[in-house]
Design a protein around this ligand. Structure first.
Ligand code: HEM
Ligand SMILES: *[C@@H]1O[C@H](CO)[C@@H](O)[C@H](O)[C@H]1NC(C)=O
Ligand SMILES: *[C@@H]1O[C@H](CO)[C@@H](O)[C@H](O)[C@H]1NC(C)=O
Ligand SMILES: *[C@@H]1O[C@H](CO)[C@@H](O)[C@H](O)[C@H]1NC(C)=O
Ligand SMILES: *[C@@H]1O[C@H](CO)[C@@H](O)[C@H](O)[C@H]1NC(C)=O
Ligand SMILES: *[C@@H]1O[C@H](CO)[C@@H](O)[C@H](O)[C@H]1NC(C)=O
Ligand SMILES: *[C@@H]1O[C@H](CO)[C@@H](O)[C@H](O)[C@H]1NC(C)=O
Ligand SMILES: *[C@@H]1O[C@H](CO)[C@@H](O)[C@H](O)[C@H]1NC(C)=O
Length: 325
C-alpha cells in the first residue's frame, strides 16, 4: 500500500470511528415515531406553568443538574434504590419539578408507549417553560436516551457548589466541555428563581469561622438579608429571590446584582475575580437583552448535548423515577 492510500484508509477509519461514537441528536427526532410528543409537552407546559410560574426556574435548574452528571440522560429523575441517587444530593429544591415531569411523562406514554425519553422531556419542558414565562427560546434537538445509573457522590463531585471559587467553576465547566463564556452566560439563569438561606448563610454569619461576613458581599445588602430574610445561620426554610423583585423575569438583573456585589453565592461573586469573566459580565450587562438571549441560547444548546446517550445506548424509561426492570 502506497503512503498516500495508507493515509486515506487511516482518515476513513478515524472519520468512521468519530461518526459511530459521536452522539447525534436531531430536531424533531420523534416526528415519525411519536409526532404529537413535542406538542403534548408544549401544551402541558402552556396549560399549567401559569399556575406555578416558579416551576420554570426549577425545571431549568433540573436540566442543568441532569446534564452535569453522566450527561443529559434523565438520571436526575431516578429515585434512590439500594444506593443514594442524585436527587438526594443537597440542596434539592428541584424536587418541585419532579411531579411536573412525571405528569408529562404519563401523557406522552399514553400517546406512544416507550418511545420518548425522560431526558428529552426535561430538556423540552425546561425550554418551553422558560419561553412561556417570557424568557429566551432555544433549539432542543432530541433523541436522548435515558441512563440507568444515578449516584449521589457523582452529583456532589460534578455540580458546582454555591461556595465554589473561580478555579473550581472553570474546572467543573471545562470537564463538561463548557468554557468561561458559557459559565458567565449560564450563570445568568440566576436571574430567575430562588435560593434557600442555607445555600449562602455562611457568607452572612460565619464566613471564615470567626463569626464574620464575606467581604466580597455588599455589606448593606448583607445587613438587609440578615434583618429581613435569613435571621440566623441555621434558617433552612426561608427562601430568597436571587434577582430581587424579578424572580420570574428572565432579564439582565442577575448581572447587575453581581456587579453590585449582591450575587447570593460565592460562585456568583467569583465571576468578578477573573478579568475574563468580569469583563464578560459587564459586556452582557451593557448589551441588549436580545443579545443575551441569543448568546444564552447557544450556551444552553451546548449544555443540552453533554454526553448524551443515543441510538441503542441506555433505554427509554417507562417511569421517569425508575429504570426499566
Ligand atoms: C455556576 C455554577 C452554579 C452554582 C454554584 C449554582 C448554585 C445554585 C444554588 C445553590 C441555587 C439555590 C438552590 C437552593 O437553595 O436550593 C441555585 C438555584 C438556581 N440555579 Fe444555579 N448554580 C449554578 C449554575 C446554574 C446554571 C448553569 C443554571 C441553568 C442554566 C442554573 C439555574 C438555576 C436556577 C434557575 C435556580 C433557581 C431554582 C428555583 O427557583 O427553584 N444554575 N443555583
Ligand atoms: C420518588 O421520589 C420522589 C421525589 O424524590 C417522591 O416524591 C416519590 O414518592 C418517590 N416515588 C416512589 C415510588 O418512591
Ligand atoms: C433532599 O435532600 C435531603 C438532604 O440530602 C434528603 O434528606 C431528602 O430526602 C431529599 N429530598 C428528596 C425529596 O429527595
Ligand atoms: C458512585 O460514584 C462514586 C464516585 O465516582 C464511586 O466511588 C461509587 O462507587 C459509586 N457508587 C455506586 C453505588 O456505584
Ligand atoms: C478553590 O477551591 C478549591 C477547592 O475548594 C481549593 O482547593 C483551591 O485552593 C481554591 N482556589 C483558590 C484560588 O482559592
Ligand atoms: C462559626 O464557625 C466556627 C468554626 O467552624 C464554629 O466553631 C462556630 O461555632 C461558628 N459560629 C456560629 C455562630 O455558627
Ligand atoms: C432544618 O433545621 C431543623 C433545626 O435545625 C432540623 O430539625 C430540620 O431537620 C432541618 N430541615 C431540613 C430540611 O434540613
Ligand atoms: C482568568 O482565567 C483565564 C482562564 O483560566 C486565565 O487565562 C487568566 O489568567 C485569568 N485571569 C486572572 C486575572 O486570573
Amino acid at each position: 500500500m502506497g503512503g498516500q492510500s495508507y493515509y486515506k484508509v487511516l482518515i476513513i477509519c478515524v472519520v468512521a470511528l468519530f461518526v459511530s461514537t459521536h452522539a447525534q441528536l436531531e430536531l424533531g427526532f420523534y416526528a415519525k415515531s411519536c409526532p404529537k410528543a413535542e406538542n403534548i409537552i408544549t401544551n402541558f407546559v402552556h396549560d399549567h406553568i401559569h399556575n406555578a410560574p416558579s416551576l420554570a426556574a426549577a425545571l431549568l435548574r433540573m436540566h442543568f443538574h441532569d446534564c452535569f452528571v453522566r450527561g443529559c440522560d434523565g438520571s436526575v429523575l431516578l429515585n434512590s434504590t439500594s444506593n443514594e441517587a442524585e436527587k438526594d444530593a443537597p440542596p434539592n429544591l428541584t424536587v418541585r419539578g419532579f411531579d411536573f415531569i412525571d405528569r408529562i411523562k404519563s401523557l406522552v406514554e399514553a400517546e406512544c408507549p416507550s418511545v420518548v425519553s425522560c431526558a428529552d422531556i426535561i430538556a423540552l419542558a425546561a425550554r418551553d417553560s422558560i419561553v412561556h414565562t417570557g424568557g429566551p427560546s432555544w433549539k432542543v434537538p432530541t433523541g436522548r436516551r435515558d441512563g440507568v445509573i444515578s449516584n449521589k457522590t457523582e452529583a456532589t463531585n460534578n455540580i458546582p457548589a454555591p461556595s465554589s471559587n473561580f478555579t473550581t467553576l472553570q474546572t467543573l465547566f471545562a470537564n463538561q466541555g463548557l468554557d468561561l463564556n458559557d459559565l458567565v452566560l449560564l450563570s445568568g439563569a440566576h436571574t430567575i428563581g430562588i435560593s434557600l438561606c442555607t445555600s449562602f448563610s455562611n457568607r452572612l454569619y460565619n464566613f471564615t469561622g470567626k463569626g464574620d461576613e464575606d467581604p466580597s458581599l455588599d455589606s448593606e445588602y448583607a445587613k438587609n438579608l440578615k434583618t429581613l430574610k435569613c435571621k440566623n445561620i441555621n434558617d433552612n426554610t426561608t427562601i430568597v429571590e436571587m434577582d430581587p423583585g424579578s424572580r420570574n423575569t428572565f432579564d439582565l438583573g442577575y448581572y447587575s446584582q453581581v456587579v453590585k456585589r449582591r450575587g447570593l453565592f460565592e460562585s456568583d461573586a467569583a465571576l468578578l475575580t477573573n478579568s475574563t469573566t468580569k469583563s464578560l459580565v459587564n459586556q452582557f450587562l451593557q448589551g441588549s437583552i436580545q443579545k443575551f438571549y441569543a448568546e444564552f441560547a447557544k450556551s444552553i444548546e451546548k449544555m443540552g448535548q453533554i454526553n448524551v446517550k443515543t441510538g441503542t445506548q441506555g433505554e427509554i424509561r417507562k417511569h421517569c423515577a425508575f429504570i426499566n426492570s
